[in-house]
Design a protein around this ligand. Structure first.
Ligand code: X8Z
Ligand code: ZN
Length: 621
């Protein structure tokens, strides 16, 4: 339980998309209430270690159940008061988390531990997203800063035509605007307004968290994050780079093709034919997914795939709640039980009027059992339909493992948690849209439209890869000191250029702090998980399609309604974090390795096509 989630608590992860079980202890908030009594009084034996783990699990479960509520109220009603509540519970969680992590390190040295106890002790050691040193006041300062950063993000504003707009509207507008002056205005105002003021807080937070990580025996906070993958931090970094090298050639082709199309549309003055792509032209505030500009890159003839999910939803007058019902319907078709009534009563599906909220989508499990909720500011469009499937993937995962002991209430690794809903959404094929009554059968695109369908999908899935990779390369650099505070902005822009091949639309300097304008930085949600998930979801999808006996092109496969896939999926999900992730991967796919191969197979026809289109072009930047 990487205490991620929506909660801070021990996890201090005041945010989190996968809202995993935060460790939370029970009672009060002072530093001296934290340590586990078992440690002081019990002999260092395997039985003593088991007793320690049991008492910690009970303590953290109790704390989690109350502190998640504080975090929920804070995220759905930001005020100075709810900030104070969230920081208060976050502080208890940090103090307890640090004390338990230190104890866990001691207990780990006991000879003859059973496998589960050893595994849980290791989880406990690295469970905090941000640790604090034991210096009095450090945990409180850390949590106050982390809460303020997250709320500053939630309250962020941009401008369009000089008028102030909220963050969710700014995101939506970046998808539909095609006037480079306007996209530059929204992009620049968002990054300036949201990111800049965060720099001092972020700098201080890094200092405290690194001191905390060192006290727990890690080199720095980034090494602590990389320690939770059933391998050493070094092995993890090597696997991470290996996966990127597998898929990079596909990204390079997509970049080359997209740049040429943007150059045709906007001309040399806005988008030159060589060099990096201007970041605000890609249909997304962070240039992380490009599907919104499919109309700009669609190939002539085969590019019109005959339907657009946003148009279909609007034509059928679907509401945000209808969209969530559609998502739920996919999971129930596989045999999962429907969401509980409380989900519908307690979720935030649209932005509420008259108060500040964190709009960035997340999924919660407030009682670590079945108080499941999503928090979104849903717009009726295809992008949010995918996000709904994504969030529900977290919720169905959480409920599937809710019989596990507290320290196993989590995904096999955090990439698994992020991959489930996306893997389900890969099944949203034209044929599936017919099955649920959104698309007329006579509008299903024939095989001649496959290039268009694949390109539409690649603009989201493939385009994301380098962004998913670099966010934590930046943070790892910040935490290990190779990107010092004096070059936070330069370090960010350099990684964006190196991996994504993009460049900001306006001049940036060290007065800016553009990383802060991306939710997961002020929210302190580790990001490597999304890169892993991008790879894993195709492994899951291919395995499911094989189980379903699918014979056609991979991207046309939908396993909607397939109960066998549902059962096998549930078998993986209900394991939670109880086994090393290769065991979970094997249970569903038969393989123990993360691999880019299924993703490459999915896009193979497109990659060939892109290579032809790019002939004669000088790719790269
Ligand atoms: O943050 C998310 C989810 C919540 S866990 C909406 N995602 C990443 C992002 O938006 O940056 C999903 C894809 C990547
Ligand atoms: Zn997520």
């Amino acid at each position: 339980m990487k205490l991620a989630a929506s909660v801070s608590v021990l996890a201090l992860a005041l945010s989190a998309c996968a809202a995993t079980a935060p460790m939370t202890p029970v009672e009060s908030a002072s530093a001296d209430s934290a340590p586990a009594p078992a440690a002081a009084t019990t002999e260092r034996t395997p039985e003593g270690a088991r007793a320690f783990v049991a008492s910690v699990e009970k303590d953290l479960l109790d704390l989690s159940n109350i502190s998640q509520r504080a975090a929920w109220v804070n995220s759905t009603y930001i005020t100075d008061d709810t900030d104070a509540l969230a920081a208060y519970f976050g502080t208890i969680g940090t103090e307890k988390g640090v004390a338990y992590a230190k104890e866990a390190a001691e207990w780990s040295k006991v000879q003859g531990l059973d496998l589960d106890t050893a595994r849980k002790l290791n989880i406990l050691r690295g469970a905090l997203v941000l640790a604090a040193p034991s210096t009095p006041g450090a945990a409180a300062e850390l949590n106050t800063i982390a809460t303020r950063l997250q709320s500053t993000y939630g309250k962020g504003r941009a401008t369009l035509d000089g008028k102030v707009i909220t963050g969710d509207v700014a995101e939506e507008q970046m998808g539909v605007l095609r006037d480079p002056k306007k996209t530059a205005e929204v992009w620049t105002s968002w990054n300036n307004n949201v990111g800049r003021p965060m720099r001092p807080d972020y700098t201080r937070m890094v200092e405290i968290a690194n001191q905390g990580a060192k006290e727990l025996g890690y080199d720095d906070t980034g090494a602590m994050w990389r320690s939770q993958y059933d391998m050493s931090p070094q092995e993890f970094s090597a696997m991470y780079d290996r996966l990127w090298s597998e898929v990079k050639p596909l990204y390079d082709q997509l970049h080359c093709y997209t740049r040429a199309k943007l150059n045709q549309k906007y001309g040399n003055a806005v988008q030159p034919a060589s060099g990096p792509i201007r970041a605000d032209l890609l249909g997304n505030m962070w240039a992380q997914e490009w599907g919104n500009i499919y109309d700009v890159v669609a190939p002539k003839g085969s590019g019109d795939v005959g339907y657009d999910v946003t148009d279909l939803l609007k034509a059928k007058k679907k509401t945000p709640t209808d969209m969530v019902k559609i998502g739920e319907g996919f999971y129930t078709s596989l045999g999962f039980a429907p969401l509980p009534e409380t989900f519908w009563a307690r979720s935030q599906i649209v932005r509420p009027e008259g108060r500040e909220v964190v709009c960035h989508a997340s999924a919660w499990d407030l009682d670590n059992k079945d108080d499941l909720r999503i928090k979104m500011c849903t717009k009726v469009n295809g992008e949010d339909l995918v996000t709904i499937h994504h969030e529900l993937g977290h919720n169905f995962y959480q409920r599937a493992y809710n019989q596990q002991p507290y320290l196993y209430l989590n995904g096999a690794n955090d990439g698994f948690h992020e991959a489930i809903g996306d893997f389900i959404a890969l099944s949203v094929t034209p044929e599936y849209l017919v099955q649920i009554g959104l698309l007329d059968r006579n509008k299903v695109p024939d095989a001649s439209k496959d290039t268009g369908l694949l390109l539409r999908q690649a603009m989201d899935k493939v385009a994301f890869l380098p962004f998913g990779l670099l966010v934590d390369k930046w943070r790892w650099g910040v935490f290990d000191g190779s990107i010092p505070a004096s070059s936070y902005e330069a370090g960010w822009n350099q990684l964006r250029l190196q991996y994504q091949g993009i460049t900001p639309p306006t001049q940036r300097s060290e007065a800016d702090f553009d990383p802060g304008a991306k939710y997961h930085i002020p929210g302190n949600t580790p990001y490597a998980r999304y890169f892993l998930a991008r790879i894993l979801q195709f492994q899951f999808y291919k395995a499911a399609c094989d189980m379903a006996g699918w014979k056609g092109p991979l991207h046309r496969c939908s396993f909607y309604g397939n109960k066998e896939v549902g059962q096998r999926l549930n078998a993986m999900l209900e394991m939670g974090a109880s086994k090393p992730w290769p065991d979970a991967l094997q249970a569903f796919t038969g393989s123990r390795e993360m691999s880019g191969r299924p993703m490459l197979e999915y896009f193979a026809p497109l990659q060939r096509w892109l290579e032809q289109q790019n002939q004669g072009r000088k790719c790269g930047w």
